[in-house]
Design a protein around this ligand. Sequence first.
Ligand code: GPU
Length: 824
Amino acid sequence: MSEVTSSKIQSTRVGMDAAAIKQSILEHLVHTQSRFPDVASESDWYNALAHAVRDRMLERMMVTAKTYKANKSRTVCYLSAEFLPGPHLANNILALGIWQEVQEAVAQLGLDFESLLEEEVEPGLGNGGLGRLAACYMDSMATLKIPAIGYGIRYEFGIFRQEIEDGWQVEKTDKWLSYGNPWEIPRPRLRFNVHFGGHTEQFKDIDGILRVKWIPEWRVIGVAHDTPVMGYGVKNTNLLRLWSSEAAESFNFQAFNTGDYYGAVNEKVTSENLTKVLYPNDEPEAGKRLRLEQQYFFVSCSLQDMVRIYLQSGDPLDQFHHKYTAQLNDTHPAIAIPELMRLLVDRNQMDWDTAWHVTRNTFAYTNHTLLPEALEKWPLDLFKKVLPRHLEIIYEINSRFLDEARMKIHGLNGHLEKLSIIEEGARPQVRMAHLAVVGSYKVNGVAELHSELLRQNVLPDFHALWPDKITNVTNGVTPRRFMLLSNQPLAHLLRERIGCGWVTDLDSLHKLEALADDPDFQQQWQKVKRRNKERLARHALAATGQKIDPDSLFDVQVKRVHEYKRQHLNLLHIITLYNRLKDNPGLDIPPRTFVFGGKAAPGYFMAKLIIKAINSVAEVINRDPDMDGRLRVVFFPNFNVKTAHCIYPGADVSEQISLAGKEASGTGNMKFALNGALTVGTLDGANIEIREEVGKENFFLFGMTEAEVSALQQQGYHPQDYCQNDPELKSALDFLASGYFSHGDATLFRPLVDNLLNGDPYKVLVDYRSYVDCQARISEAYRDRQEWTRMSILNVARMGKFSSDRSIQEYTNNIWKIASVDVF
Ligand code: GPU
């Protein structure tokens, strides 16, 4: 077959002008969707447009792969159980630089661009911050021309869709694939076996060397599905490769051998269930067997794929770590460490020491949490049932590691227990964080404070052993999606005044500082915010039926609902304002709208009760004629990437109020500030660094420091003292408990109030007074619109650090040691 040149392909299908794009859309409408224009639905047009855009990406993806291969480029594999990319269409159009052209093409076809974009169902393959961070990093790696593959799971059902019924969260299955997914390319021939269960046997190979054979009990097949990830304004188009499980023909060896056909078919169903659904728990671990199976499944497919690609180069496997580095996005993929050992030692007959050298130089581990209950541990008995060979390998890793540690610290065994990968006790467990630390060449936290607490509190013995191992890379977010795409009014204003450089060089937002006092610019800034607030108000009306007033201050808290994030602290402030206004109708405070959004894990009773409480308080306040135009509360349902696009730009105030020492970093805090909201926040996670950057006079700080939190914990905390000493706090709690917000039902919110009065694990009551007073300063500051606008401009001007480009640059320089590769 004669080689088709890329220029030939280009001339027919990938022209970048409006006419060519229009032609492509029409062709796809007919040849992909099989619809004539006069009968095509919005969804048909969306698919046709998506395919037209995709055509323009695929060649880049192929050229990128070819270039990386020819260069033998060092590649980073980002292993993550979650990716939350958000809707692809608009982002890809921007990355290709054909926004105008597509708009023109679409207009010529008599279609509405906005409603086509609305058609897209986003892939909700993540819970929150961790999955979204992975997506921001994929964007930045492509934009910075870093050869990268994202490896993960193609869940058939992503994070549930949240509906609110009678104030309660109700979970609906997210059937995101129902209408097809134009962004993925199935690779049915790219498939790997993944084995589970069974037992191991020792044998001597032909050279007389003792080896181990794993006789598994069942197997599943993983099939690749690729989604191209384009860099902004560059040709580099990396790959997000997600695995979906398929049953093998004879999957259960035992059942087939004994002729138990129906039993075997039942196993088939089980195999295909493996990638059926994302576990909707954000941080606390569920300890479910299926979850361990999911983790091993995607990790095994990914490593087998990496080895396959590597072997194409003809290089020996003992150099594997020169070609690849694999980043473990939390411990969810940490099983990769024993799996690579198994592939090298059992499958490729490498000696243990060489294999360990390769493995230990391949992986780096990012920790994302300090919450003890979120550190993954697997009971040994469960682990042994699912992965008997891996458990043996872990024992071997552990015993050699403890020998090394014993010698290095010259200490006695007691000390070593704290380091061990195995936690002894009534039900012994595998500590995945310890496995990840031992098997990685670098470990990082996601904000300065978090990394320091990792060194001091979570992993102090490892830090003593390897003082250079734990480092920090503060999180970042992509300005492409979270400014350029989602805040077009701001992007236009910036383009007029400081150009477009900020899109790939966020530090150049600094140029705005010179404009912060310019009355004309301030006015334009206010207009932008006003338009964004109107848009948010329209969406809120459509989603909730509630009218909100863009003239009021929009005070927004959107994030997963968790006690440590303290949505209930926000709620206590709202009740306090309500009580003040009721007691003193003449009180002069700027009208406020409180917007909440976020999902609760389906099994997390207290978080769901907090959602119900927010909605119940909202119902009473929004109904109270005394509050009209002064106070409003809305809960925006189903917070996801799509709704985030209109929420962040519409905020005046960003709520970042976690108890100090609990939020590893936060990334919503960055998205808000980049869109001109002012932060009310504690000294937690990346808030600290945001405040350092924007200046303390442009940040509303309240609450205890982490040191104060630990000191209070040490000395003994008695929440009721705080309640007794603060009449406003007492009154807010009494109202919540009394049934005032629950149609007289005094039992409904009792568990919430009791939890605060008897224990209050996240010290809501301690920080209440400082929070409420800080909110009063916000109200005062908001009256001076000029000063507020100035602060808002300065916030944006000084947020350059929080681009995910900066984070990725740090990973490449300090951890991965990887160079960019030009693609032409
Ligand atoms: N995070 Br662990 C999640 O979203 N899910 C998790 O399972 C774990 C952590 C978050 C942190 O809570 C947040 O502080 C951080 O900004 C984010 O990961 C990304 O690092």
